[in-house]
Design a protein around this ligand. Structure first.
Ligand SMILES: Nc1ncnc2c1ncn2[C@@H]1O[C@H](COP(=O)(O)OP(=O)(O)OP(=O)(O)O)[C@@H](O)[C@H]1O
Length: 765
């Protein structure tokens, strides 16, 4: 064991053993407490029989905290800590030693802090502090002092394996050990090796919109998950799990990241795709058009004209744009101003509620309500008051009738005629009054039938598929060609009783304008991963769900394979969506995932995009094989070679291997062909899959985004499969930035123009 060579081994070994003993006894103690409290709470709950009890609440809270701590200690018992800092605060005498771990531990008998939590303010020194003068932010203000020692430990099953000292051993050695590990099917926490620039993001001020542009593999996903754990620990009184929301691209990805938060001691955070969030907010399951159809049409340069593909892009972009938001705003104003029909609510010829009276309710009394609840409120008001109103009218009818009868009685006509007339007047009065009573609810219905139907889906479809309306409300911001394309294309989808994914944000926005939103302002912090693929309107909607404009938004413009509908530029997002809020854009340039050789190669590919927004990745010093580009004569030869390659890579101990294809159709063919020449231990991943079980998979690029594998094999990077356009460049870039250790790229006939790069960056076969 390397650790034994370290001069402080004996002292460190003793400390580890003492700490482990202490954890064991704390685990025993807490397990005992939890068991006792389980029984006690059961008895107490029975005794109070479902009634409110302070005692039950207090005990249940302690019980939950004990269970949580017990879980955390159990998770930490094999590796109780990973770092140490020796720090002397300015003005104090002597250095104090602090061990940093995933969860804190205090010794029972003397209250000595054996481990501090990695999220504690002082632990920041472990991640960001350099030996010498340092400072860190504590709740009471800045603490300044001197950092004498920063030490890192590799511990396995309670045994010290290695010790690294800042200054004596290159710090990267510790990071390198972590990065060389083989990956299985899930993302892992990185508390041991969080880097300084990542630490800054994790601990950034909570009260703003933080946007992080990070290159592929820079740890964006990992960091946002650590940030959640940090926020929940640091601001326990504000951030309970229900007030946090994480938006992720798809359910496969959700499954891929699902271990990290529990490992960091955080449970039950709402994590959702944008689509699922909208459907749950609208409480409706919409049938959505297949995500792939449009995506693959955009790639189909052989069969579809450039103009058609451009219109497709524009149409998607429009549906997520602030232009559509403005159109909806104007549409709603018109809808609202013409909503109260210019008629009175009458029964026969009697006015029960006049147009002016209802208009006043609409424009003044209930103006504070959105349109739909406002019109419902007015209807309800009229329903509950109409009988009083009718009574008043009946009284007036009676008075009029009495007056008429008096006149008749005073008249000079013969008595028989007067009697007949009086009877007729009474009959008429009774008929009118009865009719008033009988018809009042029917009249209300007939009256409100004249109001425009506010079914939001119908209104939305009506707007989007109506060229005249789009033209009227767009104020010249859309050209006629786009308008016609949008409305025709949408009509076809609507006719099939479907919506596009792109429709959901606008539909929800219309809902918000007309109905309001029950979750408005519900979340204290919202996290968006892979944010480059979201539209401004989607972000605008998320902003409506936030109580305080507290966001962490991470993404990589270079991986924006859905940028035809998404964000092309962070500055525009800040200007157009987060106007007026405090915001900051940070950059992560280092890639921790892939070897230097893979990342240098990837940089050459993304450079072909020739866009100023590109940030080239700086690989962390970890060297492996150069990417291997392999030419074969046909698909069969490629498949046979891939099968051999997979066995070879498996033999080297790599656990996760992906054969990445451009489309699902290509993936399906490759999967079938591989199954014919290989064992059965291979899986096809499609958009129906919600989990990735590790091992060998065949997967289309767009689903591999966000994931990573030990080795990646790209099936067909031939000339006619990847052309020199933005979407193809980004697709290839995403694929080649997925591997940690090995990358193989196959082609037949001629290689793609995107592989036309300096030969130093790859090997060929
Ligand atoms: N400080 C670190 N220490 C150890 N591993 C790290 C560190 N930072 C990132 N990694 C590892 O790098 C890999 C990439 O991380 P992650 O998936 O979070 O990056 P990303 O920026 O979201 O990537 P992409 O945009 O390509 O999806 C993961 O395996 C993660 O564990």
């Amino acid at each position: 064991m390397q650790a034994q060579k370290h001069p402080a081994f004996n002292a460190e070994d003793r400390y580890l053993k003492d700490t482990c003993k202490c954890i064991d006894s704390e685990i025993d103690y807490l397990a005992d407490e939890v068991e006792k409290m389980d029984e006690e709470l059961l008895k107490l709950k029975r005794a109070v029989g479902g009634n409110y009890s302070d005692d039950v609440i207090v005990k249940a809270t302690i019980h939950e905290a004990n269970k949580r701590k017990l879980n955390q200690l159990r998770r930490a018992e094999d590796k109780p800590y990973f770092g140490r800092i020796d720090f002397k605060e300015l003005g104090k005498s002597g250095y104090e030693t602090f061990y940093v771990g995933k969860t804190s531990l205090t010794k029972k008998d003397d209250n000595k802090m054996l481990i501090i939590d990695w999220r504690a303010p002082m632990a920041s020194l472990y991640y960001s502090g350099e030996i010498g003068e340092v400072m860190y932010k504590a709740p009471g203000g800045l603490i300044i002092g001197d950092l004498e020692l920063k030490r890192q430990y590799e511990i396995q099953k309670k045994e010290l394996i290695n010790i690294f000292d800042k200054g004596l051993t290159p710090m990267d050695e510790y990071l390198q050990t972590a990065l060389w590990e083989k990956k299985d099917n899930r993302l892992k926490d990185i508390v041991n090796t969080i880097q300084s620039e990542q630490n800054d993001i994790i601990r950034a001020d909570k009260g703003k919109v933080l946007i992080v542009q990070g290159v592929a593999g820079s740890g964006k996903t990992t960091i946002v998950l650590h940030r959640i754990a940090y926020l929940m620990y640091t601001y326990q009184d504000i951030f309970d799990a229900e007030k946090l929301l994480i938006i992720v691209p798809n359910n496969l990805f959700l499954n891929y990241i699902s271990d990290v938060l529990p490992d960091l001691g955080v449970e039950e955070i709402k994590q959702s795709t944008f689509e699922d969030l909208v459907m749950s907010l609208l409480d409706t399951e919409y049938k959505l058009a297949d995500i792939e159809t449009k995506f693959y049409q955009l790639l189909d340069y052989q069969n579809l004209s450039a103009e058609y593909r451009k219109n497709l892009q524009l149409s998607s972009f429009f549906k997520g744009s602030m232009v559509l938001k403005n159109i909806i705003d104007k549409y709603v104003i018109d809808l609202s101003s013409g909503l109260v029909p210019k008629i009175d609510l009458k029964i026969n010829d009697l006015i029960i509620y006049s147009y002016d009276e209802v208009l006043k309710m609409y424009e003044e009394d209930y103006k504070y309500l959105p349109i739909v609840p406002r019109s419902k409120r007015i209807q309800k008001y009229i329903e509950s008051n109409i009988s009083d109103r009718v009574k008043t009218i009946q009284e007036k009818v009676t008075i009029k009738c009495d007056k008429k009868i008096k006149e008749l009685k005073d008249s000079v006509e013969d008595i028989e005629t007067i009697r007949d007339k009086i009877i007729r007047v009474y009959d008429k009065r009774d008929m009118i009054n009865k009719n008033l009573e009988d018809s009042m609810y029917k009249a209300i219905k007939q009256y409100f039938d004249q109001w425009e139907d506010l079914d939001i889906l119908t209104l939305y479809k009506g707007l989007i598929s109506d060229c005249e309306k789009l033209e009227k409300y767009s104020n010249g911001e859309l050209d006629k060609g786009t308008i016609t394309f949008v409305s025709d294309y949408s009509k076809k989808i609507f006719d099939n009783e479907m919506l596009e994914r792109e429709d959901l944000a606008a539909l929800l926005y219309l809902h918000l304008k007309l109905e309001g939103l029950s979750l408005k302002g519900k979340y204290n912090h919202i996290i968006v991963d892979e944010a480059q693929d979201y539209s401004e309107l989607q972000m605008y909607i998320l902003r409506q769900l936030s109580s305080n404009d507290s966001f962490t938004i991470v993404g990589d413009i270079s991986q924006g394979i859905h940028s035809y509908k998404g964000i092309g530029n962070w500055k525009e997002l800040m200007d157009n969506v987060f106007t007026g809020s405090d915001k900051e854009l940070l950059r992560l340039k280092k890639c921790y995932r892939s070897t230097m050789e893979i990342m240098n190669f990837a940089n050459q590919v993304i450079k072909k995009w020739r866009k100023e927004e590109i940030t080239l990745a700086e690989p962390v010093l970890r060297s492996g094989d150069k990417p291997l580009i392999i030419k074969k004569n046909n698909d069969n030869e490629i498949i046979n070679d891939i099968a051999l390659r997979i066995n070879e890579v498996r033999g080297e101990g790599h656990k996760s291997i992906a054969v990445i294809c451009k489309t699902t159709e290509e993936s399906t063919k490759v999967y079938q062909a591989l199954k014919n020449v290989m064992d059965d231990n291979i899986h096809l991943i499609t958009d129906k899959d919600t989990s990735y079980g590790g091992g060998v998979v065949v997967i289309p690029t767009y689903l591999s985004k966000g994931l990573e594998f030990d080795a990646v094999i790209i099936f067909n990077c031939s000339k006619d499969n990847y052309i020199d356009d933005e979407l193809h460049i980004k697709l290839l870039y995403v694929s080649i930035t997925r591997p940690l250790h090995k990358l193989f790229i196959y082609y037949k006939d001629k290689p793609s123009i995107l592989l036309d790069i300096d030969g130093d960056y790859f090997d060929i076969l």
